[in-house]
Design a protein around this ligand. Structure first.
Ligand code: DON
Length: 573
């Protein structure tokens, strides 16, 4: 009797154990099918740089929209809530991977206006005129974001266009409560807004902005109504286009009605490479990001960085030496492929990448002056923003979009309520003269009418075993490439979860200037001393990048990484 009872109790216990183990292993508590107990989601996720915009994206997913629908709604919501970078007056790139594994990319990068020319930022002595490519009406390329969203929706969208624009209209008209970050950014830029937009009080108020203040943008709401009702023509034609051209005329800018009408986003084949067992799907030129990311991954692949560890001396030295060589190549060979033959295959040939790393020595840093862009044997053939979205069908969207600098040129279109980009600074104004990110360039990235300026934006999707693995990207100018690179390594090599991989301290190097920038407290002093003793010049920076990413766990759940450096938010269901 006693024996039998023990047996029955053991059986109960065994069943209970099996039951519990099952739910622990699948990471799911009974009754919570969408969300598991580690904050991971089954049906989809949005990670972006502002809470209200993330909510807009999640609402669209829950209404049955797909990842592209949610992306359109997030892009427009960010224009309202993140005026530093969210935009209709700028451009960007989308990398897309459908649930069935098909990939594509959309290039909605701005273009040089027809009246742009190679010497437009030089004075009569041939010197670059300070700030002309940054804070004047001539700093703006022809915006691409509205056409990009319209085109993405035309090809992949499921819900009605108007329903995706509506949330931005509501946010702009009813206002939203600003965060501390946004209040600080607005206060910091107030004087420049007033100077560049005389007589206007757009984005400025009497006294200082405070966290929790309501920001209402009625002119922007009207612009979005045009976009809602007329699609791309609501921006590139009609009253909004008239306001853009009036703004240009009044400030000696270059963008004309014809420039706007002629703007079209371009579908390009994704750039695809491998790192160990992973397939990396990323952005081709006119972004330099994809090529540089694949070069960096291949440069470090043969080395045991997993054993060396995260942010350890050897890991940092190897990565810095790879970055030095890759950014040197970027300066010479990368530009708009519609205007310049970018030697993509040569730059990505494994033998070429191995040969570049041969000059790296463990004894001392290679001075950047001794590194030049490579030669091939025979030619071939603080603001941007990133959001990562996945839907219940497994469709994944990785979009990085920008006005270039924080609040772009700081010039807004009077009466239309949106800021213009200063993306023209991403062109090389003069060979060898650095742009605002210290990047230099030459012929490949010289200014031409209708040409797209080179970018570092690196929206990326990673696959493992033929399945979605990670969606990742970030703002940060020239540091974008290295932040995406390190985030991928943090997960694959250093076994960090998505949130940790995004939050981990980063470092950056870009050939010129010849230095290693490390986030404050990112590397311990012993390691810094070791780097310095080998000839590395180490500088410190408060923060690098704002990565927003999503990881698909082996149990099929989505785990978000929202960068704690900003107001970045992850929401799922
Ligand atoms: O396209 C580019 O590479 C730059 N315009 C991106 C600017 C940027 O990321 C600024 N963000 N902090």
């Amino acid at each position: 009797m006693t024996l039998n009872c023990v047996k029955i109790n053991n059986l109960k216990c065994l069943l209970l154990c099996l039951f519990t183990t099952f739910f622990v292993l699948v990471g799911c508590a009974p009754g919570q099918l969408g969300l598991n107990n580690s904050g991971q989601y089954r049906n989809g996720m949005v990670v972006c740089a502002y809470p209200d915009a993330a909510q807009v994206g999640l609402d669209i997913l829950k209404k049955g929209g797909n990842a592209v629908d949610a992306a359109v709604a997030v892009q427009f919501a960010l224009t309202v809530t993140l005026p530093e970078a969210g935009n209709v007056g700028g451009g960007g790139f989308m990398v897309y991977r459908a649930g069935d594994g098909k990939t594509s990319t959309l290039d909605f990068r701005e273009k040089g206006p027809a009246a742009a020319n190679v010497n437009m930022y030089l004075d009569s002595a041939g010197n670059v005129i300070p700030d002309m490519s940054l804070y004047t009406h001539k700093a703006s390329g022809v915006p691409g974001s509205v056409d990009g969203m319209f085109e993405a929706h035309r090809k992949y969208g499921k819900l009605k266009w108007a329903d995706l624009v509506e949330p931005a209209i509501k946010l702009a008209r009813n206002g939203f409560k600003i965060t501390k970050h946004l209040a600080n950014d607005l206060n910091r830029t107030a004087e420049q807004f007033k100077k560049l937009n005389p007589g206007s009080n757009y984005l400025v108020k009497d006294g200082e902005w405070k966290e929790g203040d309501l920001l209402v943008q009625e002119d922007l709401a009207k612009t979005f109504e045009q976009i809602r009702d007329k699609g791309r023509d609501g921006f590139y034609d009609g009253p909004v286009a008239d306001l853009i051209v009036d703004e240009m005329k009044q400030g000696n800018g270059l963008i004309t009605k014809a420039d706007l009408k002629n703007y079209h986003a371009v579908w390009r084949d994704a750039l695809i490479g491998n790192y160990k067992d992973y397939k990396v799907i990323t952005m081709p030129p006119p972004s330099s990001g994809g090529i540089a990311l694949l070069q960096l991954l291949k440069s470090v692949e043969p080395y045991p960085i997993k054993r060396w560890g995260y942010n350890q001396d050897s890991t940092i030295r190897l990565i810095v030496e790879a970055e030095r060589r890759v950014y040197a190549d970027r300066s010479k060979y990368l530009g708009d492929p519609d205007f310049y033959k970018v030697p993509v295959d040569s730059l990505l040939k494994p033998a070429y990448i191995t040969s570049r790393m041969k000059t790296f020595s463990w004894d001392a840093a290679t001075p950047s002056t001794s590194i030049q862009p490579g030669t091939f044997v025979g030619h071939e053939s603080d603001q941007t923003t990133h959001y990562s979205i996945v839907d219940r069908f497994g469709n994944a969207v990785s979009i990085t979009t920008t006005l270039n600098d924080s609040f772009g040129s700081r010039i807004f279109v009077s009466g239309a309520g949106f800021l213009l980009n200063n993306e023209m600074d991403d062109f090389s104004s003069k060979p060898g003269v650095p742009n605002m990110y210290g990047l230099i360039g030459g012929k490949a990235n010289s200014i031409q009418p209708g040409k797209r300026m080179l970018s570092s934006m690196t929206p990326t999707i990673v696959e493992k075993d033929g399945k979605l693995f990670m969606i990742v990207g970030t703002p940060g100018g020239s540091t974008i490439i290295t932040s995406v690179f390190q985030t991928i390594l943090n997960v694959i090599e250093f076994n960090q979860g998505m949130q940790q991989a995004v939050a981990s301290k980063r470092f950056h190097s870009q050939w010129l200037p010849d230095e290693v920038t490390i986030e404050k407290d990112g590397v311990d002093s012993v390691t810094v001393n070791k780097l310095q003793s080998r000839g590395y010049k180490v500088v410190s920076r408060e923060s690098i990048g704002r990565v927003d990413a999503i990881l698909k766990t082996q149990w099929g759940y989505y785990e978000g990484g929202a960068d704690p450096r900003g107001d970045d938010t992850k929401l799922g269901w």
